[in-house]
Design a protein around this ligand. Sequence first.
Ligand code: HEC
Length: 179
Amino acid sequence: MRPRLLTPLVALLLAAAGPRYTESGDLVVPADYRTWVFMSSGIDMSYTDRPAMQGQSMFDNVFVDPESWQSFAASGHWPDKSMFALESRGAATKGSINKHGQYQTQDLMGVEFHVRDESRFKGGWAFFAVDEHGAGKFIPYTAACYACHLAHGAVDTTFTQFYPTARPVAVAHGTYHAP
Ligand code: HEC
């Protein structure tokens, strides 16, 4: 028999995991995404032949929620309720003792989420952008985000090919689709 005290506790834990939404369909922005599992950083990544923005550099940092990472490690698939955060930050050269190279600044230039919720979204996944009030706004399916991620993301519409600890897991499980 299950100890009676455990049941509400388990219910609470289950409720805490996975994406949550407001009544108007915004994503409740997880306040702790910075403590999630770190996937990678990119600097000035660009998808066109044109050179990156002149004189302005930007880092991006990608994190995934820890429950989904556990599941991915065992299966090579990003499970239902996966949440990825992509955070953009300013880059600087001159500061403290630094003479060369670039480091990330406190300038937060944007936070976006890629969320898997099979019963909720067309195609199973949706994108959200955090607005100036801290609300996670749904990005319509017609946005370029969906087409590029679907066509070029190596695992379940995510860019796992750029996440050095995740890529070999997917390759080993046969879930890696070289775009
Ligand atoms: C032309 C291709 C392209 C388009 C368009 C695009 N992305 Fe991405 N996205 C990428 C690449 C490449 C990465 C990997 C970034 C890295 O390695 O740091 C990525 C990573 C991400 C991630 C991290 C999780 C994942 O799926 O790998 C999020 C979140 C994200 N993009 C959101 C968006 C949003 C929101 C939009 C639309 C406003 C968008 N992207 C449009 C190419 C694209």
